[in-house]
Design a protein around this ligand. Structure first.
Ligand code: NAD
Ligand code: UD1
Length: 339
């Protein structure tokens, strides 16, 4: 039996594949490489000393999926494949809905036809929209995400809820990630943004290494302790552990479960800058800029449902997140681009 990891060459997916191999699972990766490099999987193989079956292809390609499920005996699908750039999703909504929603529909249809009905989906805290009181727990209704990327996640959640309701043979986990950061402790795999990073930690880390001059801090007039935005940053290796726990739980029961994957701890933008300076020993110059459209003041998880039901808890602290990010950045100043 193998686990199919869609998007397994990407940032979170490659860490997941590494962990699955370490836990003696056989892994098949399906990735179009639209936002990743096959080099990530070569490194995963060299860290673990194990091999991965890699299929370069698209989740929207039904014929390819049918062939994959015929040729490989798949027990579970961990579905990471998707486009994730918020700004790009505003400019290219059709592409985002087609890829993220349409792609998931095709994947589920192929799974159903193959009799594979165990699925873990990468959702996001963005589905809660703007929430008045922190922390955010799963009992809250979903809200209105501020962009097409966020709406694509919400739409897929709705599809998967209906699927589980309509056919009791499915076992589905919706995992709502807060802010994944960090890298594997080897420093060999990590996040490798294609363009100018949108997210805070990759940007800070490129400033520290000298690829960018200065960080723009988007707003210092929020109702937070230092006026800058507060988020729940979670180490990617903790996030991956949460998937392993979720897989084990949904293997034992049908239906759908929803779990926040966060630490329960919020840090401000300035907290993050200081923590990165400490980990790297480098200065991270910043300037205060206007607020970014669509940003909320604060967002952090109540992770207790995952602790009770999945037996999972994040245990890497902010120092570890920053040290691991810095090790990856320092060892790979140009990411997977080897030139
Ligand atoms: P990523 O871009 O590094 O990885 C996604 C992978 O999917 C890439 O390797 C890409 O090539 C592949 N892909 C995209 N569309 C595809 C398609 N149609 N067919 C096959 N492969 C395709 O992103 P990530 O940070 O690893 O995120 C993984 C998942 O987690 C995504 O679904 C993302 O939306 C979700 N998520 C990420 C974050 C975050 O901050 N990184 C937060 C919440 C949710
Ligand atoms: C963003 C997306 C969210 C997505 C998540 C993971 C928006 C509005 N939200 O979340 O949908 O799921 O990424 O991909 O884009 N910041 C700066 N300067 C920077 C970058 C960020 O000050 O150069 C601040 C932001 O204002 C925010 C915090 O840092 O307060 C974290 O930002 P970011 O890493 O982009 O994550 P989110 O906004 O939480």
């Amino acid at each position: 039996m193998s686990i199919l990891v869609t998007g397994g060459a990407g940032y979170i997916g490659s860490h997941m594949v590494l962990s699955l191999l370490e836990h003696e699972y056989d892994v098949v990766v399906l990735d179009s490489l639209v936002n990743s490099s096959a080099e990530a999987l070569r490194r995963v193989e060299s860290i673990t000393g194990k091999s991965v079956t890699f299929i370069e292809g698209d989740i929207r390609n039904r014929a390819l999926l049918d062939q994959l499920f015929t040729e490989h005996y798949i027990s579970d699908v961990l579905h990471f494949a998707g486009l994730k750039a918020v700004g790009q999703s505003v400019e290219q909504p059709l592409r985002y809905f087609e890829n993220n929603v349409g792609g998931t529909l095709t994947l589920c249809q192929a799974m159903d036809a193959a009799g594979v009905r165990t699925l873990v989906f990468s959702s996001s805290a963005t589905v809660y929209g703007e929430v008045a009181n922190m922390p955010i727990h799963e009992g809250l209704p979903t809200g209105s995400p501020t962009n097409p990327y966020g709406r694509s996640k919400l739409m897929v959640e709705e599809v998967l809820k209906d699927l589980a309701k309509g056919d009791s043979r499915w076992s589905i986990a919706l995992l709502r990630y807060f802010n994944p950061v960090g890298a594997h402790e080897s420093g060999l795999i990590g996040e490798d943004p294609n363009d100018i990073p949108n997210n805070l930690v990759p940007f800070i880390s490129q400033v520290a290494i000298g690829r960018r001059d200065v960080l723009s801090v988007y707003g210092n007039d929020y109702p937070t302790p230092d006026g800058t935005g507060v988020r729940d940053y979670i180490h990617v290796s903790d996030l991956v552990d949460g998937h392993l726990c979720a897989m084990q739980v949904i293997a034992r029961k049908h239906g759908i479960g929803i779990w926040n994957l966060g630490t329960g701890q919020g840090y401000s933008v300035l907290n993050m800058v200081q923590a990165f300076e400490k980990a790297s020993g480098r200065d991270v110059p910043y300037r205060i800029a206007p607020r970014r459209n669509g940003d909320v003041a604060e967002c952090w998880a109540d992770p207790s449902k995952a602790e009770h039901e999945l037996g999972w808890k994040a245990n890497r602290n902010l120092d570890a997140m920053m040290q691991d990010t810095w090790r990856w950045q320092k060892q790979n100043p140009n990411g997977y681009n080897l030139e």
